[in-house]
Design a protein around this ligand. Sequence first.
Ligand code: NAD
Ligand code: UDP
Ligand code: UDP
Length: 315
Amino acid sequence: MRTTILVTGGAGFLGSHLCDRLLSEGNEVICTDNLFTGSKDNIRHLLNNELFEFIRHDVTFPLYLEVDQIYNLACPASPVHYQYDPVQTTKTSVHGAINMLGLVKRTGARIFQASTSEVYGDPEVHPQPESYWGRVNPIGIRSCYDEGKRCAETLFFDYHRQHEIEIKVARIFNTYGPRMNPEDGRVVSNFIVQALKNEPITIYGDGSQTRSFCYVDDLIEGFVRLMNSDPEITGPVNLGNPGEFTMLELANLVIEITGSKSQITYMDLPQDDPRQRQPDISYAKSALGWEPSIQLKDGLTQTVEYFDNLLKEGV
Ligand code: NAD
Ligand code: UDP
Ligand code: UDP
């Protein structure tokens, strides 16, 4: 019997890589997506695979399917996109979680939630372990995403306690790689596209804020290990690369890799922009035997190649 796996948000950046990985292992994959920030281009190479099925569907509406596992990834992920329609962002996290948890309650499937390091907000504890409860502004412009994801975590743990379903909650830290949406305003895609076009590289603030960047292949390995771990491992589990860089360091690295003539330009820092972020991945190491292996420079080189091709195709 094949395992049938539902990936919500499967036409997005992470979702499409996950579909590739699950199909390569011989699973049957149902990908649902409303194509808000995702694209059929990300899954076009899978459309003729008989083990793959795409359904255009908004996760805030009920969905009745028979599956063994669900990876719940549907949600706009970049500040530009999740702030475009903030009410819909909260609905996607909260109603989406309720619908997928209802499906799990009915079928007995196992469910993975793509949570986020944003649940830690602008953290006072550094690096962030899973035991840290976070410092999130409930009424700011990032709140639709942060609080939506926090509420989804609450729902996962309440369905787990109340209905004894199997849950796997991952807190994902900044991840990058091919198939990032060039329009989503995230720092890695912005800097690479700007560098390739020899346009000014836009640093928000003074560039001293930090992030930790994980290459997509490392992250997907963590997803699959978590999903297939023992039932008592519910998470939350931090998944990310502990290598921490300032945005100025990132800009200089991108300039070096691309050989760009771009200059750096400084712009206003957005509201509630976290000062620093680095995952404590001790738990992922001990529980899943997982840690990332791809260095930032190597991952960026792959990503630059992807965007270079995209620009040459005129996309
Ligand atoms: P993405 O925007 O490329 O993918 C999200 C996908 O969800 C898109 O294909 C989009 O069309 C779809 N979607 C959005 N709203 C939907 C809805 N209401 N119904 C159905 N589909 C919907 O972003 P991504 O980086 O691939 O993120 C995937 C998941 O991982 C998200 O839940 C995000 O919050 C989480 N995450 C990502 C990162 C990261 O650095 N990439 C970090 C933390 C958490
Ligand atoms: N749901 C769904 N697919 C299913 C089962 C349920 O989309 O296969 C939705 C259903 O519409 C409901 C939600 O999941 O709104 C929560 O389901 P649950 O059984 O927990 O709640 P109830 O139906 O009892 O309110
Ligand atoms: N950032 C930047 N220039 C850009 C885009 C983003 O300096 O063109 C900064 C942003 O202010 C933040 C960091 O880079 O401090 C990471 O931003 P991103 O939107 O990628 O992720 P998040 O803030 O959600 O971690």
